[in-house]
Design a protein around this ligand. Sequence first.
Ligand SMILES: [Zn+2]
Length: 322
Amino acid sequence: MVWDFKLFHITHSRYLLHDTGGADHPETPERLRVIASALAGLNGCCRLLTVEPTPPEKEWLLTVHAAEYLLRFEEVALSGRSYLGHPDNQLCYESFEIAILATGAGLTGIDLLEKEAGSRVFCSVRPPGHHAEKTVALGFCFFNNVAIAARYWQIKYARRRIAIIDFDAHHGNGIQSTFEEDPDVLYVSTHEHPTFSFPGTGYAEEIGTGAGEGTILNIPLLPGAGDAEVKNAFVEQIIPAVEKFRPEALIIAAGFDGHQLDDMSGLLFSTELYGYLGRKIAALGDRLCEGRVISILEGGYHLPSLGASVKEYCRGIMERRK
Ligand SMILES: [Zn+2]
């Protein structure tokens, strides 16, 4: 099958230079290498265009993070220390600048989508972002790439209502805390149940607060849950919730660590599930927001599964089905 539209793969060689200290750390540069070579296999069935992001102005980081946090992160990186806040968050001298460049992928992708409606966009970035809080690095994450992209879309292009779907194996605590009082951003997450999994948030009872009440939808999955549970959640809960919200744009926190071979969670997703998710998400975006959908990489640590799953997901988002 040949598709008539483009897949923009947004990534940067400098992302490989974010050094997490060696082979003991799961968040390695090799992750992006396997994704790039897997996506190269899609050439021939679509026009795959690799695009380098530009570094964003700091004002965009400040839509989500505190100025003092930026200063602290920069100082820790430049002073040669090996982690920020917790030993999970390993970094190197260049990590501050690379983390800023990682946020730029979403922004560059949004600019492309606003110019070429209906294109498909996948951002392969590191470090990942969905655990990063306003003033805290957490779970390998420093800046919240997805949350910053949402604010950019709202402010630069006046797309006020944004829906975020997060299918990483872990709850995106940083996305939730950024938007839990905001009625204009819907955050929907499937993840391993917080009783059993990092970071310990994402109970179904967390639904947003104040004006944002009802705009958080957490769907915790028990260890051992697989494709059937996720498909059921999409059909029964996620698609109806997003349709009801009527977003103007869709951002996907695309994590692949729920794969059955990935030992970062007890979830048992197949590679094929990610193709299903891609098809459902692309159809939803075409139906509700003229194809304004961007996917930004979060987790995924078992290298062969990560490459195969991202490829399957991108194949899914390329299938134009209403
Ligand atoms: Zn994860």
